[in-house]
Design a binder for this molecule. Structure first.
Ligand code: URP
Ligand code: ZN
Ligand code: ZN
Length: 464
């Protein structure tokens, strides 16, 4: 199968030019002006941007969490991602405490294999790591799982102590791999939650008030200090606020290898949303919680200046009906997480490029290239170049949509609400190709399945 994308404006993290792209099989084989080639399919990209498929480095498909499971699996979640122009996700496999991480990896392979429409890779959530099990981390790296997430939050569930952090950090560093960190002081937060509950504060809004930004900043500071001593590259996930970003900036300015991701929800939503009537605020119960609005400007500036390296969604959808409502009358029981994998490119293009906060190149970098480079998938993924996978989005920079759970052009996620209900966005993924296959066209899924596991490289290595 060959595809010719004609007349488009190709935008990568570094380039911006008009040319045709010829795809043979799964990869880009030729880029040039007015290519004279025969193709099985021709896509006219006049007045369109031709950009690398989005990479969402933080998703939770089919994650058992909070007494239920996130409601998108690898079938529904990757189809929704495809609609929104994302062609690769890095999802989080989970190690069951006391059991092998390899077993956790097998479980996630079984969840994804044969179901995914786009390509996928795995980080491994490490829930314990005794000395005798450390060699597993090298095995994981050989299996293409070259990053590990550890939690300072959620005591009794995913939380690990500082000793475990240090051990896993050391091993990950020795193996040439990366640590992802959920940085919040969960032990102190649990005490604050206990106080709130004693005072009868049980509504969704208390999820936010019991998780102060300073406790996130403390987690960021502490994990950076441990990573610095353990000599491992660190990646702070879902950074939500100025306090935490300050710690990242301080460490980077003294040369520590730490980078951080933020998410559209922290850039576009704020904590006043928890004041909505009744139980409505449960839709946005996520961790970290939404913050005071002024933090958004600081995060946008961090993205533009390079202090923040990536934008991922932390897609972890729970329906209001039957899932979020587990926490009716007790915010502690609301499953933590919100949907977003489908809307990231449109939201970031609109709020970033259209509203003048990001250049076009930086938009591409933040939605695709940075994740590919950080997580060992570049240059196979994350760019448009001869030899790279033909993961490409023909993006209409003018098309406007109103994001809604009822809008067939913005909502295919298996969840009964949209976190961005009513948001007007300009910019929409019109044709989406995954390794040369057209998977979405004009809002319709045209190819289901076919997503492959991506064995990622170690830090500093290229994946071809
Ligand atoms: O609320 C969230 N973020 N749920 C998913 C788990 C996590 O901490 O990333
Ligand atoms: Zn987390
Ligand atoms: Zn997450």
């Amino acid at each position: 199968m060959s595809v010719l994308i004609k007349n488009g404006r190709i935008v990568t993290a570094t380039d911006d030019y008009y040319a045709d792209v010829f795809i043979e099989g799964e990869r880009v084989s030729l880029i040039g002006k007015d290519l004279k080639v025969n193709a099985d399919k021709v896509i006219d990209a006049k007045d369109r941007l031709v950009i690398p498929g989005g990479i969402d480095a933080h998703t939770h498909m089919d994650l058992p969490f909070g007494g239920t499971s996130s409601n998108d699996d690898f079938d529904t979640g990757t189809k929704a991602a495809a609609h929104g122009g994302t062609t690769t996700i890095v999802d989080f496999a989970v190690q069951t405490k006391g059991k092998s991480t390899i077993e956790g990896l097998d479980t996630w392979h079984a969840k994804a294999e044969g179901k995914a429409t786009i390509d996928y890779a795995f980080h491994m959530i490490v829930t314990d790591m005794p000395v005798e099990r450390l060699p597993e981390m090298e095995k994981l790296a050989n299996e293409g799982v070259t990053s590990y997430k550890l939690f300072m939050a959620y005591p009794g569930v995913l939380y690990v102590d500082d000793g475990t952090l240090y051990r896993a950090f050391r091993q990950a560093g020795d193996n040439g791999t990366r640590i992802c960190m959920h940085a919040e002081n969960g032990i102190v937060i649990d005490e604050i939650i206990r106080e709130a509950v004693n005072d009868g504060k049980m509504d969704p809004k208390y999820h936010a008030s019991t998780r102060p930004t300073r406790m996130e900043a403390e987690g960021v500071y502490r994990s950076i200090a441990i990573a610095e001593v353990a000599k491992v590259p660190l990646y702070i996930v879902h950074l939500s606020c100025s306090d935490a970003l300050e710690e990242v900036k301080r460490a980077r300015s003294r040369g520590v290898d730490v980078m951080a991701e933020t998410c559209p929800q922290y850039l576009l939503l704020d904590q006043t949303i928890y004041d909505k009537e009744g139980f409505e605020g449960a839709k946005w119960v996520m961790t970290p919680a939404l913050r005071e609005k002024w933090n958004q400007d600081v995060l946008w500036q961090g993205l533009a200046m390079g202090h923040l390296a990536n934008v991922a969604t932390d897609h972890c959808p729970f329906c209001m009906k039957g899932q979020k409502e587990l926490g009716l009358g007790d915010f502690r029981k609301i499953p933590n997480g919100a949907p977003g994998v489908e809307n990231r490119l449109s939201l970031m293009y609109h709020a970033g490029v259209v509203e003048g906060r990001l250049s076009l190149n930086r938009f591409v970098e933040l939605t695709s290239t940075a994740a590919a480079k950080t997580f060992g998938m570049f240059p196979k993924k994350g760019t448009i170049a001869v030899g790279s996978d033909a993961d490409i989005v023909v993006f209409n920079p003018e098309r406007k949509e109103r994001i809604s759970v009822h809008n067939e052009f913005t909502h295919h996620m298996n969840v009964d609400y949209s976190a961005y209900e009513g948001f007007e966005v300009q910019g929409w993924s019109e044709v989406v190709l995954s390794r040369g296959r057209v998977i979405c066209e004009d809002g319709k899924l045209v190819t289901a399945g076919g997503g492959q596991f991506i064995k990622r490289a170690r830090t500093g290595e290229l994946l071809r």
